[in-house]
Design a protein around this ligand. Structure first.
Ligand SMILES: Cc1cc2nc3c(=O)[nH]c(=O)nc-3n(C[C@H](O)[C@H](O)[C@H](O)COP(=O)(O)OP(=O)(O)OC[C@H]3O[C@@H](n4cnc5c(N)ncnc54)[C@H](O)[C@@H]3O)c2cc1C
Length: 360
């Protein structure tokens, strides 16, 4: 994958949404969609190991990093030399990110880190991490946090992979035992980590859905092809059952709706340096539709679903079904996404305010 990324960069296709001043291609959102559609049509390889680096670590450094940080890290993100992971979630701080407890004690030119993170995707292969720490002793909630660049090979870091239902190791626990990080690795100002983290999450939620949406359209078409090519116990093609054909029609129509929503969200964020909340609509629809598509695929497979074929993970319906449960959790749960839509797009009262009014 590093090699593939280097080739993409050599051809001018790495960081397609990054400003050209930072080595990107400066494509507008609609042009990015065209790129992803053509990439999927051509059967380009899955490059999700680079998604943290290219979708949000790089854009965060462009937005808030120092000139030195930008000069050192950005080219190595673009050419695939560096893989990044995201160290935000902790056992007690997922949806409620402001509950972060992982501690960074500042002394001289270093921050000494102690604590742990969880659900860190790709930590076992990552070179660097977006690490959010509590650097102000005794600070509460959003205050006193810092966003730092953590070199994953620093002594004192232990990475423990977590096995998922599909048998893969998508996520890890990461433990920090007196890990010394140079103060120069703070992105933005010390204590300003919440603001920087919100920019990172806006990049993550705002635009990184485009590639996933294109892949889901392809999945629905593959499911359709499966229903045409497969016969049931009665010898008839699955697609000839009106109930199956009807359900597939609905799934295809919803995938089409999702495509329109993606175009709309991408078009709206055309002039925003940091994407707005509209991408959350697409991310929510995408995650829930993905689960429905694979649930229906499993129903069509019947007992055949108990056998996992040798097909690669990205196109294996059984493994994708098992992994799809995580789609409504990772990157923000469906409930949290609905809260964002309610509060930031529809302008409804904040859920905290509503909770205060509910009978005890
Ligand atoms: C595949 C995958 C990859 C991930 N990768 C990373 C990564 O690379 N880096 C990283 O830092 N994290 C990562 N995560 C973690 C992810 O961000 C968290 O799992 C997610 O934010 C939810 O947090 P939690 O698991 O602590 O659940 P909790 O926040 O404890 O939520 C538990 C339940 O309560 C609900 N809930 C919580 N708050 C509210 C609310 N205010 N209103 C309504 N309902 C609420 C949730 O919807 C959920 O159903 C990943 C997770 C998955 C599944």
């Amino acid at each position: 994958m590093r090699e593939w990324n280097a080739r993409l960069q050599a051809g001018g296709w790495a960081g397609i949404n990054w400003p050209s001043a930072f080595g990107g291609r400066d494509l507008k959102p609609m042009q990015q969609i065209i790129w992803y559609e053509e990439y999927a049509r051509a059967g380009g390889p899955d490059s999700s190991a680079f998604s943290v680096a290219q979708s949000h670590a790089g854009p965060t450094l462009i937005q808030a990093g120092s000139a030195e940080q930008q000069a050192f890290y950005l080219p190595k993100i673009l050419n695939g030399a560096h893989i990044w992971c995201q160290g935000f979630s902790e056992p007690g701080a997922g949806s409620d990110l402001a509950a972060i407890r992982c501690r960074g004690d500042v002394s001289g030119d270093f921050i000494t880190v102690n604590g742990s993170k969880i659900w860190t995707s790709f930590a076992q292969g990552a070179d660097f991490q977006e690490l959010v720490l509590r650097t102000e002793p005794g600070s509460k909630r959003h205050r006193g946090l810092s966003w730092v660049i953590c070199d994953m090979r620093t002594p004192g870091i232990t990475v423990r992979p977590i096995r998922s239902m599909d048998g893969e190791y998508h996520n890890c626990e990461v433990f920090y035992d007196n890990v010394r990080i140079p103060l120069a690795n703070v992105v933005g100002r010390l204590g300003d980590g919440w603001r920087v983290s919100m920019a990172t999450l806006a990049f993550e939620r705002g635009r990184s859905f485009i590639g996933s949406q294109v892949r889901l359209i392809g999945t629905v078409e593959r499911l359709l092809a499966f229903a045409k090519a497969t016969r049931g116990a009665d010898g008839a093609r699955l697609i000839d059952d009106p109930a199956v054909a009807g359900r597939l029609g609905v799934l295809r129509a919803r995938a089409s709706g999702l495509k329109s929503m993606t175009y709309l969200a991408a078009g709206r964020s055309l002039n925003d340096a940091v994407p707005g909340a509209e991408g959350t609509f697409v991310a929510l629809m995408l995650a829930e539709l993905k689960q429905e598509v694979y649930q229906f695929w499993m129903a069509l497979l019947e007992v055949r679903g108990l056998e996992v074929s040798a097909a690669p993970h990205a196109i294996n319906p059984v493994l994708q079904y098992l992994f799809s449960f995580a789609a409504t959790i990772g990157g923000g749960t469906s409930e949290v996404r609905r809260n964002i839509i309610a509060e930031r797009i529809l302008g409804l009262p904040k859920h905290d305010a509503l909770a205060a009014e509910l009978p005890k």
